[in-house]
Design a protein around this ligand. Structure first.
Ligand SMILES: [Zn+2]
Length: 206
């Protein structure tokens, strides 16, 4: 497996999804409680262009023991801590440490243009799924800091949500950690509040 350095949008998205599986975000319920959940996470968020090939995120996630799961949980806490404290120097140092499972930098064929190449950090042979995810998160954070800046590391805008995210949208106006969920919750709450206010103003409903 390798992580293309210009594919930081995908990589930062995986980092966001990983931190938002924690019990802290899901009111006490860890969304990565066991090996099966981790395999499902890898299938959902892994690099689809390499699906099924040996050494991919999905394939590594199928060889998970208790120690690997603990390592993924520790990585998740580490990435959360970085997003929670978006100081540029701290983000760069922390994300650089996360890329340790890479063996240097290289050029790989660009899947979209076979005659072209792209920068990539290949994963060390024999790496675990936690190390693979660490490399992905490290590249995602470094790419986001480099291209977009540290103000893109933010807490979710839903008042009751404890999630965080890395905003890789072009305009940089993302507000929620899980837009489909937290955004909808806020819309529903706002709608109810408006309707309650309208009912209150309407004569004869008091
Ligand atoms: Zn949220």
């Amino acid at each position: 497996m390798q992580v293309a350095l210009d594919d930081y949008v995908w990589a930062a998205g995986v980092a966001t999804e990983l931190v938002n599986t924690s019990a802290e975000v899901w009111r006490g319920e860890d969304r990565l409680p066991d090996a099966a959940a981790l395999a499902a996470f890898a299938d959902l968020h892994g690099d689809r262009s390499e699906d099924g090939a040996p050494g991919t995120l999905s394939e590594l996630a199928r060889r998970v023991g208790a120690a690997d799961l603990r390592a993924v949980h520790a990585l998740r806490a580490n990435v959360r801590d970085l997003i929670d404290h978006p100081d540029r120097g701290r983000l760069v140092a922390g994300a650089t440490a996360l890329t340790r499972p890479a063996r240097g930098a290289t050029l790989v064929a660009d899947p979209a243009h076979r005659s072209r190449t792209r920068w990539a950090a290949p994963l060390r042979d024999g790496a675990t799924v936690a190390e693979a995810l660490s490399l992905v998160c490290g590249v995602g954070i470094l790419g986001a800091v480099h291209t977009l800046g540290e103000q893109r590391f933010r807490p979710c805008g839903a008042p009751t949500c404890r999630g965080v995210f890395i905003d890789t949208t072009r305009p940089g106006r993302r507000r929620y950690c899980m837009p489909g969920l937290c955004g909808n919750r806020v819309n529903v709450a706002n709608h109810r509040a408006r309707r309650a206010a309208a009912d209150h103003r309407r004569p004869g409903t008091e």
